[in-house]
Design a protein around this ligand. Structure first.
Ligand code: 13P
Length: 250
């Protein structure tokens, strides 16, 4: 049975006192064992605090990014070893904001994924088409090539550490979600593509999250689709009540 996951990507939000407040509220709200794995991804300066705070709770902590090198002269960057040393075992890679604003390419992401896996981390790998690509009916081809370039050379056994997050760029922070039918259509396509390129068993086991303007009001109908295994939540993860409601919608 593949895992259900609800993850909150806090992006560049919440200073330390705010992060403390949100984590306190979230650990209280998720005190009963939730139906999904609950993950929060605070900004890097708050990761250590977050990792210590969630110990013994149902919540896991993820980083929002990581460098591909082991260590060295990469001013401002954070390594897999540093994340692991503070108890962070999961990293989001390939977010569309990293691709758009920080020039991250599929080839770079393949390197980052390889480094994360070498350190036995779990990767939440993000991908998705832009509005123009959907309008011109290229969305399936774009998604297939993002997956192929970054992930399809992995050994089948490495996929145990991979979670996929389909995030159509036009739905991120815009209030416009993919309809549940559009999400299901793409998730089914992703699973079929992985079945063909990797193996049917891997396709069946990999969790595929949907991200893009998921809110308490629409989470349930999106999560109800058979190939949607949870969500990667941006704006609505910054408020304990709305994130808890989304976590309960699975
Ligand atoms: P929003 O939920 O704010 O649209 O953001 C989605 C996202 O980018 C999560 O990584």
């Amino acid at each position: 049975m593949r895992k259900k996951i609800v993850a909150g990507n806090w992006k560049m939000n919440k200073n330390l006192p705010e992060a403390k407040g949100l984590l306190a509220d979230l650990t209280a709200k998720f005190a009963q064992q939730p139906n999904a794995e609950i993950i929060v991804a605070p900004t890097s300066v708050n990761l250590q605090f977050a990792a210590e705070t969630v110990k013994g709770s149902a919540i896991k902590v993820a980083a929002q990014n990581m460098h591909q090198a082991e260590n060295g002269a990469f001013t401002g960057e954070i390594s897999a070893d540093m994340l692991k040393s503070i108890g962070v075992e999961t990293v989001i890679l390939g977010h569309s904001e990293r691709r758009a604003y920080f020039g991250e390419t599929d080839a770079l992401l393949a390197d980052k994924v390889a480094t994360a896996l070498k350190h036995d981390m779990t990767v939440i790998f993000c991908f998705g088409e832009e509005l123009e690509e959907r309008k011109s009916d290229k969305h399936f081809a774009v998604v297939e090539s993002q997956l192929k370039n970054a992930l399809f050379s992995l050994d089948a056994s490495a996929w145990k550490q991979i979670v996929l997050a389909y995030e159509p760029v036009w739905a991120i922070g815009t209030g416009e979600t993919a309809s549940p039918e559009q999400a299901q259509e793409m998730h089914a396509f992703i699973r079929k593509t992985i079945a063909d390129a990797v193996s049917p068993a891997v396709a069946e086991e990999v969790s595929i999250l949907y991200g893009g303007s998921v809110k308490p009001a629409n989470a349930q109908e999106i999560f109800a689709k058979p190939d949607v295994d949870g969500g990667l939540i941006g704006g609505a993860s910054l408020d304990a009540e709305s994130f808890a409601a989304i976590g309960a919608a699975i």
